[in-house]
Ligand binder design. Structure first.
Ligand code: ZN
Length: 137
């Protein structure tokens, strides 16, 4: 059977239409396609533009807020760095030489009381015990 396709129908079954926007003839994929390809892209871009413009604006505002937050955090870091650099000198100057050492028997009781074994090996107990051992009377 060699049925010839009717003239005017495109070989890939496209439908000749007139674009609703530019009124030019074009081959549509179906009768549902009311705009030519270029008018469809222009229409789609105009529909999406307001939404994406709002999104761009929202992201710009968020970016500005985050940059301000970052600047504040960096200032905070710089401030703490300055404090950290000056702190050891301050502490050294503030700690007077001990004039009344802990009596040896008291020292022994304190070591027993804060021994890490009595405090589940806590970091505080370890640190306190180490200090006491370094400062044995
Ligand atoms: Zn068109």
């Amino acid at each position: 059977m060699s049925a010839a396709k009717p003239s005017g129908t495109a070989p890939d079954e496209r439908v000749p239409m007139v674009c609703g926007d530019c009124h030019r003839r074009f081959l549509a994929l179906g009768e549902w396609q009311i705009r030519c390809r270029s008018c469809y892209h222009a229409w789609k871009a105009s529909r999406e533009a307001p939404a994406s413009a709002a999104e761009v604006e929202r992201l710009r505002a968020e970016n500005t807020a985050l940059r301000e937050e970052l600047a504040q955090a960096q200032n905070e870091v710089a401030r703490w760095r300055r404090i950290a650099q000056t702190a050891p000198r301050k502490r050294a100057a503030r700690t007077p030489p001990r004039k009344t050492p802990i009596p040896a028997d008291q020292w022994r009781r304190i070591v027993q009381c804060c021994h890490p074994d009595r405090h589940g090996g806590s970091a505080s107990a370890v640190e306190a015990t180490r200090w006491l051992l370094e400062n044995r009377p």
